[in-house]
Design a protein around this ligand. Structure first.
Ligand code: PGA
Length: 250
């Protein structure tokens, strides 16, 4: 049985003051979430503070990115061992904003996925198509290529300890959500592709949906057979809204 996972990707948002309020609010409502896994992915500089704030709760911490290298002359980067030391258990890799704004290629994303695993972090591998790719009918080709880069480097067995987040780029931060059916179609494709390589791993693999998920649309999305929770951006910045999404995954 897969357990649904809801992870909040805070992106470049927050202050010491606001994150204290946000974590306080989430913690206060966690009694209403009994099954689903809950994680928050703060900007890296806030990770130690968030680690102290979530102590004793079942809120996990993820990073928004990770360097493919473990140490050395890589100015501005953060390694897996550093993230691990400060309490992270997940690492988002290949978010579409990293791919499009910071030029992370499929190969770099695969190397970052590998770095997460070798440092004891569960990668949350983001995949998803641009609007023109969807309109051009090549969604499966694009998502398949993004997955193949990781499978070719790390092998299918690596997905026993990983999460995939399907995030259609056109639905991120736009208020346009993929319909539950549209999302399910791609989730089914992803699970099917993994299943052809290892049916057990595919069956247990958590595949999140991301892209304008909120308290009103989460239940329907998470009700689809291959959607196992969500990666949440904007709606994760407010405790009440985030909790409503966590409850929808429960
Ligand atoms: P959004 O972002 O929920 O604001 O669309 C999702 C994401 O980028 O992970």
């Amino acid at each position: 049985m897969r357990t649904k996972l809801v992870a909040g990707n805070w992106k470049l948002n927050g202050s010491l003051d606001s994150i204290r309020g946000l974590i306080g609010g989430i913690k206060a409502g966690m009694d209403s979430v009994s099954q689903a896994g809950v994680a928050v992915c703060p900007p890296a500089i806030f990770i130690p503070e968030v680690a102290a704030l979530v102590e004793g709760s079942r809120i996990a911490i993820g990073s928004q990115n990770i360097c493919e290298q473990d140490s050395g002359a890589y100015t501005g980067e953060i390694s897996g061992s550093m993230l691990n030391e400060f309490g992270c258990s997940y690492a988002i890799v290949g978010h579409s904003e990293r791919r499009s704004l910071y030029g992370e290629s499929d190969d770099m994303v695969a190397a970052r996925f590998a770095a997460a695993r070798r440092n004891g972090l569960k990668p949350i591998l983001c995949v998803g198509e641009l609007l023109e790719e969807r309109e051009g009918g090549i969604t499966e080709q694009v998502v398949g290529r993004q997955l193949d880069a990781v499978i070719n480097l790390e092998g299918i067995d690596a997905f026993a300890d990983a999460v995939i987040a399907y995030e259609p780029v056109w639905a991120i931060g736009t208020g346009k959500t993929a319909s539950p059916e549209q999302a399910q179609e791609v989730h089914r494709f992803i699970r099917g592709k993994m299943s052809a390589l290892n049916a057990t791993i595919a069956e247990n693999l958590v595949i999140q949906y991301g892209g304008s998920v909120n308290g009103s649309n989460a239940k329907e999305l998470f009700g689809m057979p291959d959607i196992d929770g969500g990666l949440i951006g904007g709606a994760a910045l407010q405790a009440e809204g985030f909790l409503a999404i966590c409850q929808a995954a429960d």
